[in-house]
Design a protein around this ligand. Structure first.
Ligand SMILES: NC(=O)c1ccc[n+]([C@@H]2O[C@H](COP(=O)([O-])OP(=O)(O)OC[C@H]3O[C@@H](n4cnc5c(N)ncnc54)[C@H](O)[C@@H]3O)[C@@H](O)[C@H]2O)c1
Length: 452
């Protein structure tokens, strides 16, 4: 095993098992099993990837999801039936399948409460489940996004207390953040470098060896668990802060009559310009993870002004857009309370069906509060889920409906490349198009066109 200093210098390590008796050898020869706890966006693709070569126990508390997976359906709609074919995996919502595992991966949700503080209930509950089956020489790797310190301060005591075993003496722990990007078919589990860490050097090496079996891009061994935890929250906080800056600039440029996208096109000509754009920040990662970091900072008495201000700027955008739509309609002598608005897209990002923490829904609620009649469409979202999560209905009526405002909220492929005529046909006189994703290529000269 290389020293920590060497490890940090080498960004990508490929570690080959040295002897016959390693954990990896036992997993490959299927003497021992790997278990994945929590089979959602993160857990299922990982479990199936491992199941190409290892024997995998897939555990999830949701019986309906387990039923779907047994029938080769991905409840998150990301994977096709082919991904399930010829995989050595057993799905169950009965935790007894965990008894046979030697290497556990935990990938359960880590949301925030309504006060934006970490809600660790699913993580604690999943850790308790693993602890009930923990045996001597087992490994537990957490993949859920957490604040630095969470694995060792929250999860390890649970594992030790319930199992009666001692960390590093009897069992080992690790942390490996998942960095997949929903809807992205290029950057997948296996093609993104996997950051891994362990509770001691031996754990880090063994965990790296296990992931190295499936990760084509290789593994990067972080010097300790806290560093690997920080890596993930920093990646998403960095995005949140940069998008907040763009949202703030777009607010300023709007007042100055400058088109932000034109500015960004110009800045892009410099080699070191960062490719960030204004926009809604939703979903369960970028809009959530910074709160985990801010929570820990607060606990340590460190002010996280930049992180929290960025969150505030991004959280205010849905209301700001609704206000802008109102003003734009007023400019055309239209009262928003008597206007018909079409919102195209409600998922948290393009070309996915995931509506969790969608800020488009917040924008719609603001428009409705102003009295607008809003029709919502989305080719990916489930109308039942939209109804359940937000109390909103997807529009199922006539496509010949005419609108005063059309808001392109999500850059689904279906909304790209429509010509001016297309928008004209669905518009009342003096209608406006609000293109939040900057994808509309052409609008009629009689229509007002806005971007962020
Ligand atoms: N979705 C992403 O793109 C993404 C990317 C990187 C990291 N993450 C992080 O990975 C973690 C998992 O996210 P996700 O998007 O896969 O969540 P998800 O909601 O899609 O899936 C989580 C699964 O865990 C199950 N679950 C909940 N509590 C459980 C328990 N106690 N025992 C067993 N199963 C349980 C749920 O039924 C669900 O199927 C989160 O911490 C998230 O922040 C997500």
């Amino acid at each position: 095993m290389k020293t920590t200093a060497q490890k940090q210098m080498a960004p990508v390590l490929r570690i080959v098992p040295k002897d016959e008796n390693t954990l990896v050898t036992n997993l490959i020869t299927q003497k021992e099993n790997i278990a994945v706890v929590g089979l959602g966006y993160v857990g299922l693709p990982l479990a199936l990837e491992f199941a190409s070569i290892l024997k995998v126990k897939g555990f999830d508390i949701s019986e309906s999801k387990v039923k779907a997976m047994k029938e080769k359906n991905d409840p998150s709609n990301e994977l096709s039936e082919a991904h399930f074919n010829e995989k050595k995996i057993e799905f169950s919502s009965d935790e007894r399948i965990l008894e046979q595992a030697r290497f556990y991966v935990v990938a359960v949700p880590t949301p925030v409460t309504s006060d934006n503080v970490p809600n660790l209930k699913p993580l604690i509950s999943a850790t308790e489940t693993v602890a009930r089956h923990l045996k001597r020489d087992d490994y537990v790797v957490f993949e859920s996004t957490v604040y630095p310190g969470c694995t060792e301060e929250v999860c390890v005591p649970i594992l030790e207390n319930i199992s009666g075993l001692k960390l590093n003496q009897d069992f080992k722990v690790g942390y490996s953040p998942e960095r997949i990007n929903p809807g992205d078919t290029q950057n997948t589990v296996t093609t993104i470098t996997k950051v891994v860490s362990g509770s001691d050097e031996e754990a880090a090496e063994q965990i790296a060896n296990v992931y190295d079996l499936i990760i084509e891009a290789g593994v990067h061994v972080a010097p300790n668990i806290k560093t690997a935890e920080a890596c993930k929250v920093v990646e998403n906080t960095q995005r949140d802060v940069n998008i907040a800056l763009m949202n703030e600039l777009s607010m300023l440029f709007e007042k100055m009559g400058i088109n932000t996208n034109d500015v960004l096109r110009a800045t892009k000509t410099k080699w070191n310009a960062l490719p960030f754009f204004p926009g809604l920040v939703g979903g369960h990662c970028i809009g959530v993870d910074p709160y985990y970091l801010a929570y820990k900072a607060n606990e340590l008495g460190v002010e996280s002004d930049i992180i929290l201000t960025s969150r505030k700027v991004n959280e205010e955008l849905p209301k700001r857009i609704a206000d802008n739509v109102k003003q734009a309609l007023l400019k055309n002598n239209k009262n928003i309370a008597k206007s018909k608005v079409l919102v195209r897209g409600i998922t948290f990002k393009e070309n996915v069906s995931d509506i969790r923490n969608s800020k488009v829904a917040n924008m719609i609620h603001n428009l409705k509060a102003m009295g607008a009649q809003v029709n919502i469409e989305d080719p990916f979202a489930s109308s039942e889920e939209v109804e359940k999560e937000y109390g909103l209905s997807l529009y199922q009526g006539s496509s010949s409906e005419k609108y005063d405002a059309i808001i392109i909220a999500v850059a689904h492929n279906q909304y790209r490349f429509h010509n001016a005529d297309y928008y004209k046909k669905m518009s009342n006189d003096k209608a406006i198009v609000f293109d939040l994703r900057n994808i509309v290529t052409e609008v009629d000269t009689e229509m007002d066109y806005y971007t962020l």
